[in-house]
Design a protein around this ligand. Sequence first.
Ligand code: 6GU
Length: 233
Amino acid sequence: MRIDVVSIFPAYLDALDLSLAGRAREKGLLQIATHDLRDFTHDRHRTVDDTPYGGGAGMVMKPEPWGEALDTVATDDSVVVVPTPSGTPFRQSLAHDLSRERHLVFACGRYEGIDQRVIDHARERWRVEEVSLGDFVLNGGEVAALAVIEAVVRLVPGFMGNPASLAEESHGEDGLLEYPVYTKPATWRGHTVPDVLLSGHHGAIAAWRHEQALQRTRERRPDLLGDASETSS
Ligand code: 6GU
């Protein structure tokens, strides 16, 4: 897989040299490059933003540098990923989907966003995914791109040591949150590990874990249980 990231703060992506993506790159399974959007400007001040048509607070990213950047970086088999708080929620299913692609291009916006024509034009040439990490606001797409890249890269075959651990986690096959986990010692600061986990009864352990996962999901994420009374639409 190849990943290109376009940003006015490419140094944000330095963290990709660490950990998972770093190891995948060392194995030659992943190529990642970052690009400074300002390198695609032509004025002396390397301007990337301007005031919004129609008025209002903040600045909007100009279309021309983005057009040149995407022309340079994207190819026929690219998927363009645009992190934005107004995107569709980024889910594990999309992470799996993107992990099967050959080339991802992340367009990291700042300010109040990128001129909409950049996205509209990109959709005429590439698959475009505008994604949000949740109902909160970041100053730009860089931190969101890091999160999406980590979620995708760990699913690419050969990138992770133990494929079983990929299926067994939260938002995995059964759609529930993960059950609580424990390790030694059996008592720590007066808190004990649940007896069933020390029992050696695999059936009882599996049943307990499933019940814990259900209880957690009911309490924290009832929307995941597909109860129509809990969904907003
Ligand atoms: Cl993807 N981008 C920004 N700027 N803010 C966010 C977000 C993305 N997801 C949640 N907040």
